[in-house]
Ligand binder design. Structure first.
Ligand code: SAH
Ligand code: DHB
Ligand code: MG
Length: 231
């Protein structure tokens, strides 16, 4: 059997298992579904975290007792809603988004989910917003979810570290890229971005890090998970 065919079957299997787990473990959630529907109606790319991954974000934020969450890359606010739902009553999430069209959809979805009081969206290049947060001397974040442009990842890490604390949990999406992450000679700027990001985490005693490969409805990818040990 040609290897291409094996790969196609594998992707189908991963998607079927995701569908099985989704139906088994997740309750139907009309607000989350309408957030995805609004995104696709507005022509946003279908690159939100999967429902199962969203639930993982929610559980990790709860386990971390996160009161302050920073998200980099909102798109239509699907992951934002998962994370914001994990906040305690006085908790706050700040999400950074470059594209006005994405921001508009995200804000409408967040409002429909009844989370506007807890979420602030800052429009513009994430790096500018991160420098702005630094200069405001904001309270440190308990959890950072990094999911914007991949070439920016190393720069974002450096820029959000000053608004972290020992114990901050840093999650970064899409660091495996169908395995392309292992190709050091790749000319893909996304691959080079996540490689530099992982190298920064690896070479720095201020972080304790791992990464988890994932397969499912979004193919083969993965998250890095880091704990800030010291600043
Ligand atoms: N976290 C979202 C998906 C984010 S997709 C979810 O899972 O639901 C990546 C987002 O990052 C896109 O909306 C894109 O517009 C945004 N983005 C890309 N470059 C950016 C930049 N320089 N600053 C801020 N956001 C950026
Ligand atoms: C893309 C971005 C993401 O954050 C993701 O989870 C999947 C795909 C992309 O830009 O193609
Ligand atoms: Mg992503």
């Amino acid at each position: 059997m040609p290897s291409r065919q094996i790969a196609d079957n594998a992707e189908e299997l991963w998607a079927s298992v995701d569908s099985y787990l989704d139906k088994l473990l997740l309750s139907p959630d009309p607000l989350l579904q309408s957030a995805l529907d609004a995104g696709s109606a507005a022509g946003l790319p279908a690159i939100s975290v999967s429902p199962l991954q969203g639930k993982l974000l929610e559980i990790l934020a709860q386990t971390q007792s996160a009161r302050r969450i920073l998200e980099i890359g909102a798109l239509g606010g699907y992951s934002t809603i998962h994370l914001a739902r994990a906040l305690p009553p006085q908790g706050r999430l700040i999400t950074l988004e470059l594209e006005p069209r994405h921001a508009e959809v995200a804000l409408a979805n967040i409002a429909r989910a009844g989370l506007s009081h807890a979420v602030e969206l800052r429009l513009g290049p994430a790096l500018d917003s991160l420098l702005q947060l630094q200069s405001e001397g904001v309270e440190p974040f308990d959890l950072v979810f990094l999911d914007a442009d991949k070439p920016g990842y190393p720069h974002y890490l450096t820029a959000f570290l000053p608004v972290c604390r020992p114990g901050t949990l840093i999650l970064a999406d899409n660091v495996i890229r169908e395995g392309k992450v292992i190709d050091g000679s790749s000319s893909d700027p996304n691959v080079q971005g996540v490689r530099e990001f992982l190298a920064l985490l690896a070479g720095d005693p201020r972080f304790s890090s791992t990464a988890v490969q994932t397969v499912g409805s979004k193919g083969h990818d993965g998250f890095s998970i880091s704990r800030v040990l010291s600043l």
